[in-house]
Design a protein around this ligand. Structure first.
Ligand code: ADP
Length: 367
């Protein structure tokens, strides 16, 4: 089966290129998998690729999908590079329809069928606990009786496979990817499609393609809310995401040592640029709670995020302490909201979820 697929791929020359997919190294035979009718073709797009990538993807799909034995086909665009991506053309920002009719760059909310609302969880930099917050927020929203999806858009370092202890690949049915279900959440992560320990760095346009696939080509079913775990930072990829996905609002995660919240400020600015309301700031790794004596210590000082939120005129959603059990549960794939629902930590996340839900569904709250 794989041989036939590779043979077919060797006959495809991407438009604009002289060599076929295998000779050019864009498709590496060892990365192609074909099992039980499920075929995954990662396409490594070189930095200086001069051809038409969308057309290349279409050609692969066209040539392979008709093959006998191919039931499900997934063509994933990747780019492995050591250097950070060059800044792409400055993206055109969404204009208010009143200013420029017909130039609204952002798809209408209805663009993700079945998904009522999407909330982004973002951070100015990595390692602040954005993904831990996303997953616990998603679980706490679920605890409010909402149908919740979790999209790990952190394609630079997807963490949902680890945080939710998911090792299976998503099923593909009728050419639609089915999210993996865990703890009552529908979860999709690029990490499910990538090999572990094989970091992939994406270029701007690919990020958009991947994100589009993950939001629109995934069979999310009916969701009240999709929690979108953004890649850390406020670069072009993040800006494009904030623009391209119909977001109801954004939650910014920050740590107290980042007292001046310089990075978090950039996050606020980015969402303001694209007219996405900021639901508020979560201060993560706030007070340190000693696992031995249970006493709190304010290692990094306290209240930085709260004061800054006030100064910046955005709501403060809450503070999550720096605690061993949050880290342990997070890294063991059993987030605290699920594994220790009666703990104070879980309560913190539930309080934040309630505030987020109130912003997401204001009219229902007024009843
Ligand atoms: P990010 O998504 O911002 O890169 P992660 O959610 O992956 O960050 O968290 C980074 C590390 O910090 C993980 O090991 C996680 O378990 C840990 N962590 C996150 N929040 C807390 C917390 N409140 N207390 C203790 N450890 C935490």
């Amino acid at each position: 089966m794989k041989k036939v697929i590779l043979a077919r791929l060797s006959l495809i020359t991407p438009p604009g290129l002289r060599t076929d997919l295998l000779t050019s190294g864009m498709v590496r035979p060892e990365q192609v998998s074909a099992e039980d009718g499920k075929v995954l073709v990662p396409v490594n797009v070189p930095e200086d690729f001069a051809g038409d990538i969308a057309e290349t993807q279409r050609l692969i799909e066209e040539r392979l999908s008709g093959l006998e034995g191919v039931e499900k086909l997934l063509v994933v665009l990747t780019s492995e590079r050591a250097a950070p991506p060059p800044p792409p053309e400055p993206p055109k920002l969404r204009k208010r329809p009143t200013e420029a009719p017909g130039r609204d760059m952002r798809p209408h909310s209805a663009a993700v069928p079945g998904v009522k609302t999407i909330v982004a969880v973002a951070s100015g930099k990595g390692g602040v606990g954005k993904s831990t917050t996303s997953v616990n927020l998603a679980l706490a929203l679920r605890g409010l009786g909402l149908k919740v999806g979790l999209l790990d858009a952190d394609i630079y370092g997807p963490s949902m496979p680890r945080l939710l202890d998911i090792h299976e690949r998503p099923e593909i049915e009728d050419e639609r990817i089915r999210p993996v279900e865990k703890y009552g959440l529908k979860v999709m992560s690029m990490g499910f499609l990538m090999e572990e320990d094989n970091p992939v760095i994406w270029r701007g346009p690919m990020v958009v393609t991947a994100l589009m696939q993950m939001t629109r080509e995934v069979d999310w079913g009916e969701l009240d809310v999709m929690v979108l775990d953004m890649p850390p930072g406020t670069g072009d990829a993040q800006l494009t995401m904030a623009q391209q996905v119909p977001l109801q609002g954004a939650v910014i995660v920050s740590t107290p040592q980042d007292l001046a919240l310089i990075d978090a400020r950039k996050g606020l600015k980015m969402f303001k640029k694209v007219d996405v309301p900021i639901f508020g700031i979560v201060e993560n790794m706030s007070t340190f709670i000693c696992p031995h004596c249970g006493k709190p210590s304010d290692i990094f000082g306290r209240g930085g995020a709260e004061e800054d939120a006030k100064r910046l005129g955005v709501p403060f959603l809450g503070a999550i302490p720096l605690h061993m059990s949050i880290r342990e549960h997070s890294d063991a794939g059993t987030p605290v909201v699920m594994s220790e629902p009666d703990s104070l930590h879980a309560k913190h996340y539930r309080d934040i979820a309630l505030k987020v839900a109130t912003r997401l569904f204001p009219e229902e709250d007024e009843d």
